[in-house]
Design a protein around this ligand. Structure first.
Ligand SMILES: [Zn+2]
Length: 307
């Protein structure tokens, strides 16, 4: 039953780390939020709330960045992936500056925060964004496509011009257990050849082997190696889950992506929201306790469009 109700965190929990690009210390707090509030970021230093929705995406250079009323929040995708992947519908993510701490470069520390807080089941049915028609965006050989499905799944193929990351694919049906076990621990990665270029541009000042996999021409520079043989593709799945969280609702649909990134993922979200025939928003009955497959078409109440 609980899975069909909205969820928030049961209490406030915090962590501190550095911002990947600024290199400055950053503290993040997850706090409970009301039914139907969704996820939002709160810049505590400015007193501005930035909803975690596609319309507030300001920039997708290397990370997904939001802005509202002059306040920016950078690198939102990993904490959003953790909340989306753990089935948290409503949460205030408080930050004391412009960047989310990078921590170990994966979503695992945010999953640990959710566990530390505990999950509060709320007295309202979950709202879903149901994909009703296939929608696709392309940019050269990069593709991202959402299709109707009876569960949320992500199938990602990563193919970089690099011997260690050629045609690496990972697919997952996103339940909170699968997300936590198979996706959340996959770290972000970068190429050694790009680090100097990024740091010259004033980016990645907080980057280190403690918060990213760094790949040389033929090897992994991190002494501990990889957490999964296909950690790169798994991290791209993690990023895509975080990016699709910017629908503002959990998604019922199958994402297939080839070489996609934050920019193309957001273009896909925008295209789905702009097309009234491609999606609808439903609220599942809070009392429902049958499997999702049976429940969503039968008990969902159409609420109109998200856009
Ligand atoms: Zn990432």
């Amino acid at each position: 039953m609980a899975n069909w109700n909205q969820r928030t965190v049961a209490k406030r929990v915090s962590c501190t780390g550095v911002g990947l690009h600024s290199g400055k210390p950053a503290t993040l707090t997850l706090a409970p939020a009301a039914i139907d509030a969704g996820v939002s970021f709160v810049r505590m230093d400015l007193g501005v709330e930035v909803p975690a929705r596609n319309e507030f995406v300001a920039d997708t250079t290397l990370s997904t960045n939001l802005a509202h009323a002059g306040a920016r929040v950078h690198t939102v995708e990993h904490v959003l992936a953790a909340l989306h992947g753990m089935g948290i519908d409503n949460c205030r993510v408080e930050v004391d500056g412009p960047e989310i701490p990078i921590l170990d470069g994966s979503a695992a520390p945010f999953v640990a925060l959710v566990h530390e807080a505990g999950v509060q089941v709320q007295r309202a049915g979950k709202r879903w964004l149901v994909v009703e028609q296939p929608v696709e965006v392309r940019d050269g050989d990069k593709v991202a496509r959402l299709e109707p499905a009876d569960a949320f799944s992500v199938d990602f193929t990563a193919d970089f011009d690099h011997p260690l990351i050629t045609n690496q694919a990972f697919r997952v049906s996103v339940s909170d257990r699968a997300f936590e076990r198979e996706v959340s621990r996959a770290r972000t990665f970068c190429f050694r050849r790009d680090i100097e270029r990024m740091q010259a541009a004033g980016l990645a000042k907080g980057g280190s082997l403690a918060n990213a996999i760094v790949v040389d021409d033929f090897s992994i520079l991190n002494p501990e190696g990889l957490r999964f043989p296909d950690e790169f593709a798994r991290h791209k799945v993690l990023d895509a889950i975080g990016d699709l969280a910017l629908f503002g609702l959990p998604v019922l649909g199958a994402l297939t992506a080839v070489k996609s990134g934050h920019a193309l993922n957001q273009a896909l979200v925008k295209k789905v929201l702009a097309d009234p025939a491609a999606h609808r928003v439903v609220r599942v009955s809070a009392e429902a306790d049958a499997p999702r497959r049976a429940v969503v078409p039968a008990l969902a109440v159409a609420e109109g469009r998200a856009s």
